[in-house]
Design a protein around this ligand. Sequence first.
Ligand code: SAH
Ligand code: SF4
Length: 455
Amino acid sequence: MNVYDSEQIEKILAPLGYKIASSFEVADLIIVNTCAIREKAEQKVFSFLGRLAGLKRRKPDLIIGVGGCVAQQEGDKIMERMPHVDLVFGTHAILRLPYLIERIESERCSLVDVEMSEIIEEFGSVIELPLDRSDPKVTSFVTIMRGCDNFCTYCVVPYVRGRETSRFPESIVSEVRGLVKTGVREVTLLGQNVNSYGKKENLNSFPQLLARVNEIDGLFRIRFTTSHSKDLSDDLISAFKDLDKLCNHIHLPVQSGSNRILKRMNRKYNRELYLEKIDKLRNNCPDIAISSDIIVGFPGETRADFEETLNLIKQVEFDSLFAFKYSDRPNAPAARFADKITEQEKKDRLQTLLNLQEYFTARKNRVLVGSNELVLVEGLSKKKVDNDDAQSKYQCVQWTGRTETNKVVNFIQSEAAIPRDRILKGKIVNVKIEKAYLHSLLGKPALKGEQSYAA
Ligand code: SAH
Ligand code: SF4
């Protein structure tokens, strides 16, 4: 979401003459877009801001702005801690940025704007102009709703992003169309709980929105995140079968395998319901990839609760997992819960869990060796490739992309398989997988007889 918001900031400041600078040293304006989801993310913000103090001393005209969730949460306390900061703007203040920056430019004052609003137009009307980039992107995020009404007890989002508000479907579709014109071939629709998209405002349902995006010519793939298990509907599950552009991957955070902990987290589903949804997804779409989020060491999590989480991982066999040590967040009710878990215990549990998941990730990747996978090419990989064939006068390059199931695939373009001038970025290529690593797969374009290009 911050990536998307940063792009909106880039667009909205373009009319003021600002464009992305090549380094901090040459910048006239530095915007730090912050995340407050975990304690570590917040600590990073303050250490980064601390490092900018020297630059500001050398360049007093430099404007430093802090936006995003930490800005929303801390407001003018940021100025007290970091007096070299000129502007603090909250998560709902992006559209007011040009006005705020112009005031700072002319009055050399410092400003704080952390006002929140529930007006949908304000959010939906964020300019839909594509960014003027020399190296256009193949994939893009599109925020379809902001805020959250779920109030999970560990989570800061409802306090720093406000109430759930959905954008109009027309605005979303038109933004995606604009992106496709610039070369984008895959969009990821973003919301904290996409299942409740449009419900409050009586707009399209989320599956209806997906169907509308699915009709956009020139778009190859659609993804979305995040889906909340309590609201994952049968219609959405069917969409994986019905919509040809919807990738067969779902990120379905479970957070814990213990019903007692799920209840204390206020997740509003239990282990049984979660497993039922997984079964439905797999019955409907047998090769769907499933990833999840897990928090270890939530207050009161016993060894037995943790074992239940490990057990659930064994039962589901996720393709990949994001696991986090629980951290207290300001305002979130769990910060006031007793029986906190020690840092060492959280660290140990996290390691045990990651080791277990590594086994499943590696196994799932290994199974793909020898198969052909359709890969949407995102660009050249940064890695240099040696040409194995010393006789060959052609250079090898390595491309990188993803399968529909969201696995990273790198492949070497060899002259025998692909004409030299062929630009693969933004194309779907049929790749024969030759090696599996933990975080990526390596392959070669399938031979002609195996259908080299899909698009
Ligand atoms: N809306 C999404 C989650 C967004 S936050 C959902 O409901 O699934 C992304 C992830 O950060 C969460 O899934 C959770 O695993 C983790 N997270 C959130 N608050 C946390 C906290 N206080 N400590 C540790 N991890 C946290
Ligand atoms: Fe946070 Fe829960 Fe909302 Fe996700 S659903 S953003 S975890 S409150």
